[in-house]
Write a protein that binds this ligand. Structure first.
Ligand SMILES: [Zn+2]
Ligand SMILES: [Zn+2]
Length: 328
């Protein structure tokens, strides 16, 4: 890689987060920011808040907190990673779906009748959303229950105030894992549908916003990371994760740890016993507790802390192992 390419990569990584405001696939697209504002107004009117709507939404202690500045730093830092990841990411996805398209007829033969164009689009959208959402739940579950991965995921939970940018407060290691998960799901599902459908599936056009993800983004996905407690009807929270349910996921109260791991759908949490509905929770305080607060209060600390902790655990384990056992 030449110096010019590195320089172009850096410029691109600065442009990416800024562009997200006009990118329809991004949560931070202007339309979704406005729809979130509308929903926030609904919550504001029902609350007993005495201040103006403006100061209710744009609380200085939330948007200008030390924690928020870590989020803002992280979105730029991670864009730098994304720029260099994105090309191999797509190549691997195409390769995977192509391989599957060749492999499936060898095993099962060609389907006698391919799916029609309409059936393909509807089924593909639903399957991609449901399989993708389950994969996200599974990876999130592992992030919480396997100590090694928790060290990296802790960075997302170390936020003590939530704003829409907190969505992107993810350690680069987790970012890579999420990207691999995303491309695996996309490659597998696309490969299966290329096999089943009589019509070509152009990944590039279908990767984009579909009706389901549009609905998700429109109905307050930005409020998940905010101080605005938007709750759904109690019965609906068994099916979809409401913004307040994700806020409970960020709670520093031990009672709420490892709950509401779902992204769009709540059914996985319901099935695997990790669901909490808004009804049973009054208020939440975000973070991983007072003791840990200072250890994660800067961008740099959030970047190196997982490695430091893992090293300390490894050294601790080694020193606890008796000499005789270690030499065996
Ligand atoms: Zn989590
Ligand atoms: Zn979160």
């Amino acid at each position: 890689m030449t110096l010019i390419e590195v320089f172009q990569g850096i410029l691109e990584s600065i442009r990416l987060p800024l562009q997200s405001v006009i990118d329809s696939e991004s949560r931070l697209h202007i339309l979704y920011l406005f729809s979130s504002l509308g929903l926030a107004y609904f919550v504001y009117r029902r609350s007993r808040a005495t201040e103006s709507f403006w100061s209710y939404v744009f609380r200085k202690d939330v948007w200008l907190s030390r924690s928020a500045f870590v989020d803002y730093g992280m979105i730029f830092f991670n864009s730098f990673f994304k720029v260099f990841l994105i090309a191999p990411y797509f190549i691997f996805g195409f390769y995977l779906s192509y391989k599957l398209e060749v492999f499936l007829p060898e095993v099962f033969g060609y389907p006698s009748q391919g799916l029609s164009a309409t059936t393909t689009i509807i089924l593909y959208t639903i399957v991609l959303t449901v399989v993708g959402d389950f994969a996200t739940y599974l990876v999130h579950y592992i992030m919480h229950f396997v100590p090694f991965f928790w060290e990296f995921h802790k960075v997302h939970h170390s936020a003590t105030t939530l704003n829409p940018v907190t969505q992107y407060r993810i350690h680069p290691v987790e970012l890579i894992i999420n990207n691999v998960k995303g491309i695996l799901v996309l490659g597998l599902v696309t490969g299966v549908f290329r096999y089943l459908s009589a019509h070509p599936i152009e990944e590039m056009t279908l990767i984009g916003a579909n009706v389901l993800s549009f609905a998700f983004l429109f109905f307050g996905s930005n409020l998940r990371h905010s101080h605005i407690p938007l709750k759904y009807f109690d019965w609906l929270e068994y099916i979809f994760i409401s913004p307040f349910q994700h806020q409970i996921h960020h709670s520093d109260n031990q009672k709420h740890f490892n709950r509401n791991l779902g992204s769009k759908l709540a059914i996985w949490d319901w099935m695997f016993g990790t669901l909490i509905r808004s009804k049973s929770v009054e208020t939440v305080q975000f973070g991983i507790g007072e003791d840990e607060k200072e250890r994660y209060d800067s961008l740099l600390k959030n970047l190196y802390m997982p490695f430091k902790n893992l090293l300390a655990t490894a050294v601790g384990r080694l020193s606890r192992t008796p000499m005789a056992e270690r030499s065996r």
